[in-house]
Design a protein around this ligand. Structure first.
Ligand code: FES
Ligand code: FES
Length: 213
């Protein structure tokens, strides 16, 4: 058969045959979300202990469970959002041992014995964290889906600047200081599809000012 004789039907038939020949483990990786390997019966379970928002929790998890799924599906802390599930949007940002992390990119078992803070642990509707309050004051959201990740990231960003940790936007490595450019760079992993960026920066600027005062 010449190249000209190949049709779309031939290519699809070839792809189907290749998929049928996949070894079992690769089939599992290629499975759609509804048939995730995380839901397969008989998986070996592992004990994981975490301190989440000040509370000790003991979980029995499939070792392939991401920290994001452990929080949302097992602990029902649904404030942390699943956007892309691929480390691209920042919606799943939480703090582990005081440092921000994309919880979709890390396995829960890797954090056995560690401390996790989610948006629920930062503040409550009655006792808002200053960053939560500032996001409300400055209208730092529209649909709100990215907001828990934005707020966790913003809190960590100010701590990183205070600790003198430089970013790609830092001019003088000996004097890391707050600036809009620093914040934009450090928050660049948190995507807002509603494009509330100017208001998010305004909220972070206000909290940075309060901390300075
Ligand atoms: Fe984790 Fe998008 S859900 S980065
Ligand atoms: Fe809608 Fe950010 S407020 S995605």
């Amino acid at each position: 058969m010449t190249a000209e004789q190949w049709t779309r039907r031939h290519i699809l038939q070839g792809s189907a045959a290749a998929a049928a020949a996949l070894p079992v483990s690769m089939e599992a990786q290629a499975a759609p979300p509804g048939r995730s390997p995380l839901r397969q019966e008989g998986a070996h379970m592992t004990a994981v202990e975490l301190t989440v928002n000040g509370r000790e929790v003991h979980l029995q998890l499939d070792p392939r469970t991401t920290l994001l799924d452990a929080l949302r599906e097992h602990l029902h802390l649904t404030g942390t959002k699943k956007g892309c599930d691929h480390g691209q949007c920042g919606a799943c940002t939480v703090m582990v041992e005081g440092r921000r992390i994309n919880s979709c990119l890390t396995l829960a078992v890797m954090h056995d014995g560690e401390t996790v803070t989610t948006i629920e642990g930062l503040g409550t509707p009655d006792r808002l964290h200053p960053m939560q309050r500032a996001f409300i004051t400055h209208d730092g959201y529209q649909c709100g889906y990215c907001t828990p990740g934005q707020i966790c990231s913003a809190v960590a960003v100010l701590e990183e600047i205070e600790a003198g940790i430089p970013s790609h936007a830092t001019g003088d490595l000996d004097h890391v200081a707050f600036s809009d450019a620093e914040v934009r760079e450090r928050m660049s992993g948190n995507i807002c599809r509603c494009a509330a960026y100017p208001n998010i920066i305004a909220a972070i600027r206000e909290v940075a000012g309060e901390k300075k005062a």
